[in-house]
Write a protein that binds this ligand. Structure first.
Ligand code: 6PG
Length: 249
């Protein structure tokens, strides 16, 4: 039985970002206390910038043991890492450059590959090595459990780079796939985690802000089984929380 989503609503994006940062610091402390590691999947787009800045600001920054925190990405645009559209660039400028996370703990999606497909294959290899160093007998049904996956919500109901109607929505075995991103903004090829991976997370947090996402948000949380949006298919075995601003209520 999937747990019901927990919805936390705030008057503004700055306030929801601070609340999410405090929640993440609590989760990091608990994960590291329990398993001596905190695996955090970052999201892209514009919404999480304030959250990342809050995670890099005291007193929250010093509550997180960055030496035991590993950063991953839920999706990436197939652009160079210093391109303004890069999700890595967003996280680097707003968070990574300001905290002492070891370079070995930063597991970015390498987009200097010959194609988005090659980048997706390489990232899956990176994840398999991290989660199953003794890869060897890889059964198809094994998927990694991240401690926390951050996700955004597109106005069309996409999340990560899982867009409406894309074949990637039906992926059952691969951990990471490439999509053409033609309907995305910017319309560039993307690399994205798949639903089997997102849904193995111990905790998933959606950050959503802006009245233009209200209808999609309402349909997803009120009718997750029937809402025709990719974000509605995020039903993790762990906790699912939405940090939203009041314009979505
Ligand atoms: C991306 C994101 C994407 C984003 C949504 C919401 O690479 O664009 O991963 O899924 O979270 O499009 O974007 P905004 O936060 O800019 O509204």
């Amino acid at each position: 039985m999937k747990r019901k989503a927990e919805i936390r609503s705030y008057p503004s994006l700055p306030e929801l970002s601070l609340a999410a940062a405090e929640f993440i610091a609590d989760l990091a402390e608990a994960s590291i206390k329990e398993r001596n590691i905190f695996t955090l999947v970052l999201s892209g787009g514009s919404t999480p910038r304030l959250l990342y800045e809050e995670l890099a600001r005291q007193p929250i920054a010093k509550r997180i043991d960055w030496q035991k925190t590993h950063l991953f990405w839920g999706d990436e645009r197939y652009v160079p890492k210093d391109n303004p559209e890069s999700n890595f660039a967003l996280a680097f400028q707003s968070l990574i450059a300001k905290v002492d996370v070891p370079p070995a703990n930063i597991h970015r999606i390498v987009t200097e590959s010959r194609s988005a497909h090659a980048a997706a294959e390489a990232y899956e290899k990176t994840l398999r090595r991290f989660f199953r160093p003794t890869a060897g007998s890889e059964e198809d049904t094994y998927f990694p459990s991240f401690d926390l996956v951050l996700l955004g919500l597109g106005r069309d109901g996409h999340t990560a780079s899982l867009f409406p109607g894309d074949a990637a929505l039906e992926e059952k075995y691969r951990w990471v796939v490439a999509v053409d991103g033609a309907s995305a903004s910017p319309p560039v090829p993307r690399i994205t985690l798949t639903f089997p991976v997102l849904n193995k997370a111990r905790c998933v947090i959606f950050l959503a802000s802006g009245s233009n996402k209200r209808e999609v948000f309402q349909r997803i949380v009120n009718n997750p089984e029937t809402a025709p949006y990719p974000a509605a298919r995020v039903r993790p075995s762990g906790r699912l929380l939405w940090f939203i601003d009041e314009r979505l209520v």
